[in-house]
Structure formats: structure tokens, C-alpha cells
Ligand binder design. Sequence first.
Ligand code: ADP
Ligand code: ASP
Ligand code: MG
Length: 403
Amino acid sequence: MLVVKKFGGTSVANKERIFNVAKRCIEDYKKGNQVVVVLSAMGKQTDVLLDMAKDINPKASRRELDMLLTTGEQTSVALMAMAMDSLGVPAVSLNAFQVAMHTTSDYGNSRLKKIDEQRIRFELDNRRIVVITGFQGINSYNDYTTLGRGGSDTTAVALAAALNADACEIYTDVDGVFTADPRVVPNARKLDEITYDEMLELASLGAGVLHNRSVEMAKKYGVQLVVRSSLNTSEGTVVKEESKMEKMLVSGVATDKNVVQFAVEGLENKPGVAFKLFHHLANHNVNVDMILQSVEHGGTQDISFTVTEEMADVAMETLERHGDTSLKCEKITATKEVAKVSVVGAGMMTNPGVAAKMFEALYDAGINIRQISTSEIRVSVLIDEKYTEAAAQAVHEAFSLAD
Ligand code: ADP
Ligand code: ASP
Ligand code: MG
């Protein structure tokens, strides 16, 4: 059997945790399995490196940032191989270059295109545990790239797909996927199973337990995932195509504070205005999320939308540059103190009333809704950031998601 085991930052944060992971992997190895281990940088090392960069040059290029960030994962894989070796098991660490994990050319948010199997197979055939850097790749310029924050999950799934692994296990600091972030909703319940589609929505809406691209890739290549704790042996959550369990109306609540709301006021009410606005933003690679267009008032209309905090400055510069000339708007404002709270569930496709129930819970908690967006299997609202936890708890309660 070939298993891919991925461990996140907290799971390898110090010497004791590194040895704990080494032992768990060795258990598998001793059963005769081929073991590929994917690691994140130790603890909060990626944040530490980003702070160092900011201190030296707040406008550092994305290329140099990736060059810096890839050192985090390189440190953890080398230390892990040393730990395994000290326990008498042969192990080899490999980075994105040594494996050859090819990505698109963009820095900071690249996508994996192709993974060469040869070196990994060679090491596995020689009965070594192969410890591979998560989160990083190389592009066609032979530069390091990174896959976006949380991207080690995607490395693990991509490796599982490329190697046709029998299992892909994502070890983290919680017992699995919960009905909400257990740090936000303390009585959240662990799910035994969840479908790719539901997990993809949750991950895209802020449930950081899995990188959303990892779920996308798992669905595409049919890689069944298990999310479980590195600190205990409880069963975890299986992420797969179809859930055996009766479709729950709502399977989870997600929160996302990494949101900035823009309001562009006093736009002309004529064809092409929304096109121009979003065309300018798209030209600067600004990804727009929730969109709301007001009804006409006094001959003009307003459009508001949300972007992530990282894109807020670019969005503002772009809008200001075109505000007087092509857009002809009266006022542009950006509000950072907002958050998105969402409910996700495959069951809502066939059951009306989910949105109403969510809005009622927020009304009862005295929380105002700024904006709403929906898809087949989710409802999201934008609210004031200070109510994030209260809103998540109220909605979680309303759908009886706790035990
Ligand atoms: P790792 O370093 O192992 O990749 P992450 O911090 O990226 O760990 O992801 C695990 C964290 O995800 C948990 O500590 C938890 O706070 C958060 N989280 C958010 N939503 C959920 C959810 N629905 N279920 C479980 N954990 C969640
Ligand atoms: N170390 C990277 C991060 O902190 C990647 C990961 O942990 O998945 O975002
Ligand atoms: Mg993670």
C-alpha cells in the first residue's frame, strides 16, 4: 500500500511534535507500506518569514517572497528526515526542485501542473520514507513558486493523485472537519463524512481546515481524503464523492474575516456600467466575490462588492484611477470591519426555507445583514466583523448542528 500523510504546521511545531510525527509514519512503514510524507513549515514559521520580509521591504516582489517562504518547508522536511534516521528508519527529504513539482508561472498563488514521479518511486523502491516539502513548486523559469496560504494540503492531494496512492491522510490540530470552526463555535460537532462539494464550499468560504484547491483536486482525481488529528488516534472525517449519511439540510457554518466591502456610489444608470467597473478590476487580477447593485435613486445607482484584504489596495487604486473618467462615480468607500458567515449543505437544494431560517437566527441575535449571496448549496451573508462569532453560534444553533 502507498500512503500519503500530510502534517500541518502545529503538528511539527517543535522537537517533541516532530518525533511524534516521525513515529506515526514509521508505524505505517513497518507495516510494509510505502510512505510519502508532506510537511508544512514548523509552527507559525511562514508568518515569521512574511514579517521579516515586510520589515526589510514592504513592497518585496512576489518572486523573492516565494524564495523566502519555501525555506520554511525545507527546514521541516530536513529535520523530519533526521528524526526518522535517528529512530533507525531510512528517510530522505526532497524539495519541489528535487521531485520536480511543476507549477504555473505566477508567484504566491500558483497551481500545480505536473509532478515527476521518478525520484519519489526510486526512493520508495529503496525502502525509504520520502519526506516532501508542501506548499512549493517550480515554474518554467526554474524559480520557486508557492501555492497560496494553506497550500500544503494541495501538494499532498496532488502527490496522492500522481502516485495513485491508496490513502491520503491530512493530519491537523483538530479531530477532523466540524460543523463549524471549533475555535469559533465551541460546541461544533465532528462530521464522520462530508462530500467533496460541501467541503469545497466550506473551504472556499473560510473553513481553513483544508485548502480549497486540495478539495477541488481530490474531487477531480477521485482521491478520498481523511482529515484527522496528529495528536490523538480518533477516526477523523472522510471527504468523498457521495455521503452515505442522510443528506443533512445544513452540514456546516463557515466564517471569513478576510473580507473588505467596497461601495461605489452615484454611478450612471445605463448599460455597460457594471461591465466597465468589473472589467477594470479583472484587468488588475482583482477577484470579486459578493456583488450587490442597488435600485436607481435620483438618476444614479450604487454597486457594492467584496474582495479579500490582500487585494483591497489594488482594488482601491484601480477604482480611483477610473472613478472620474470612465466610471463617473461620486464616491468610493472601503470597509474592512466586515465578515462573511455562510451555511453550506447539499440538502438545501431540495428544501426551501434555509435562507429564511438563517436570517431569522441573525434577526433574533440582533445582527444586521449588509449583503447576501447564494448558490445551490450555500447561503452567505456579510455582517459587521465584531458579530462574527455571535452570528456563527446563532446560525449553528438554529440548524441544531451541535450534539
Ligand atoms: P494545519 O496547519 O494542520 O494545516 P490549519 O490551521 O490550516 O492547520 O487548519 C486547522 C484549523 O482549521 C483548525 O485549528 C480550526 O481552527 C480551523 N477550522 C476552520 N473551520 C473548521 C472546520 N469546519 N472544522 C475543523 N477545523 C476548522
Ligand atoms: N506553510 C504554509 C502556510 O502557512 C503552507 C501550509 O501550511 O499549508 O500557509
Ligand atoms: Mg492548513
